[in-house]
Design a protein around this ligand. Structure first.
Ligand code: ZN
Ligand code: MN
Length: 492
């Protein structure tokens, strides 16, 4: 039997490219806000690579790059230099990409994920090329179009050592990176395709392959799983794995060979003669002071300050806008009241109870709808959220009713109290709850469950609770229903 323990067998290193949120491009004054613009409208001689056009470095991009490096625990280098990486491709009209080679912005960082440390080899800046566009699909289009709006957008590239051991670890690492970049305010984590990854993957006994074009944070696990299985199968059949560059086909979930791996010397890197070396050591102290509380520190503080569970702390701090929303809600909650009438209540710990409602309920609803907290906060303010929690605490609505209000606000808008009225969500008084319990117990279709319960089948009670909830459209307290049912069943 083959051992199932394959630790150490797989090695993954990532090259992560993140779009920096500067207002203008890396080497020209063109606007970076091109998402809703016609193709080739955010261009100038520099980013079109016309002869004689000279690049000028964007200072903000350098500062953002240094910030990223500091947040990832890197050593910022005293002087940094741009290089030309020469290759031909239609999206690169100059015939070279301005990037960094020797003298990148920073070296030797460290990122902690779960219980392991991932070493960062380097952090550098480079320009994004343009984009090839196909009418229809790449297979059916008669010709390719080129859009240079993206040409010259500043990217920060973060290169890890091959410290990742599984596709899942790679996903967790990317999640962490995305979270940190979002916190720094240098990156739009909601923007599709703002984080693109190339992965170097090898399995013990074979060469490594580079998988390019993993364009989504979610695609990385799938792309790597496919590639690892492909390499293992080759090795099992006694065929070697060759060093090559492969392209990830997201639609089909497979990697396909692009070319045998080029080597670094093929690119003929040399220092960009149109840009002088930049001394960046003087920026470090000031930029370090601007770095906000990062996810790890915030997580620790949430656990100690709000007594939230580790799991809730993770969930609340992953995205800074969720963490901010949570803290705003907590600060607006009435301080003294104990939480009553909720199964999730923790005596004297209102903040931990609020965590359940933000991390589990609200985030669950956002995930279901595929919207971000930033979008959601336009529909639900922290004040509205507090109102919903107050309605719940005061027994005006049940937990199910509170969830209904949130859903209505996300789907159709409106204010909590109006929604309670409009949708008839007010919870039932005890008389009405009792009435529903009597009705359910008297119904022919439930006679079997009643008999089962009397015979000692306790699960039958859950069924009956469900029937009462259905009858009352979730407006009766499950705890109350439970009590009443048991009481009535004893009499039978
Ligand atoms: Zn330009
Ligand atoms: Mn790159």
């Amino acid at each position: 039997m083959k051992s199932e323990d394959r630790s150490g067998e797989v090695k993954i290193g990532l090259e992560c490219h993140a779009q920096l949120l500067t207002r203008s491009k890396l080497f020209c004054p063109c606007s970076t806000d091109y998402q809703n613009s016609e193709p080739n409208t955010h261009v100038c001689p520099t980013c079109l690579g016309l002869p004689g056009a000279l690049p000028v470095v964007n200072e903000q991009a350098i500062k953002y790059g240094v910030k990223v490096a500091l947040a990832l625990g890197c050593e910022v280098q005293p002087v940094t230099t741009f290089y030309r990486k020469n290759y031909f491709y239609p999206d690169l009209p100059r015939g070279f990409q301005i990037t960094q080679y020797d003298f990148p912005i920073a070296l030797n960082g460290l990122v902690k994920i779960e219980n392991k440390k991932v070493r960062i080899r380097r952090v550098h800046l480079e320009e994004d090329p343009g984009r090839l566009v196909y009418k229809g699909t790449i297979e059916t289009a008669k010709y390719s179009l080129v859009d240079y709006n993206r040409s010259g957008i500043p990217l920060v590239e973060i290169v890890t050592e091959p410290d990742l051991r599984s596709p899942k670890e790679a996903r967790v690492f990317l999640g962490k990176l995305r979270s940190v970049l979002g916190y720094l305010g240098v990156f739009d984590s909601d923007l599709e395709g703002a984080l693109r990854v190339d992965a170097n993957v090898s399995v013990a006994g074979g060469e490594r392959a580079e998988v390019k074009n993993i364009s989504s944070y979610k695609g990385v696990e799938r792309a790597l799983s496919f590639e690892i299985t492909r390499q293992r199968n080759l090795l099992r059949r006694g065929l070697g794995v060759v060093q090559e560059t492969r392209h990830y086909d997201e639609a089909r979930g497979i990697t396909v060979s692009m070319r045998t791996k080029e080597f670094e010397h093929d690119y003929r890197y040399f220092p960009e003669p149109d840009l002088v070396p930049i001394r960046i050591s003087g920026l470090v102290a000031g930029l370090r002071a601007e770095i906000p509380e990062l996810p790890d520190e915030k997580k620790k503080r949430f656990v100690s300050q709000y007594s939230v569970t580790q799991e809730h702390a993770n969930s609340l701090t992953f995205d800074k806008s969720v963490a901010d929303f949570y803290e705003e809600v907590v600060s607006k909650m009435p301080k003294t009241e104990a939480v009553a009438g909720s199964s999730a209540a923790v005596a004297g710990s209102s903040a931990a109870w609020v965590a359940t409602w933000v991390a589990d309920v609200l985030k669950g609803e956002l995930n279901y709808r595929g919207i971000s907290m930033r979008e959601a906060s336009k529909l639900i303010s922290a004040g509205d959220f507090v109102t919903v929690l107050k309605l719940l605490k005061e027994g005006v609505v049940t937990e199910r009713g509170a969830t209904e209000i949130l859903r209505e606000m996300l789907d159709r808008g409106g204010k909590p109290k109006e929604i309670v009225k409009k949708k008839g969500l007010a919870s039932l008084g005890s008389a009405e709850t009792e009435k529903a319990v009597f009705e359910v117990l008297g119904e022919e279709q439930n006679a079997g469950a009643v008999a089962d319960y009397k015979l000692g089948k306790k699960e039958a009670l859950n069924f009956l609770v469900g029937q009462v909830l259905k009858k009352t459209r979730g407006r009766a307290e499950p705890k109350k229903i439970n009590e009443l049912l048991k009481l009535e069943l004893q009499k039978k």
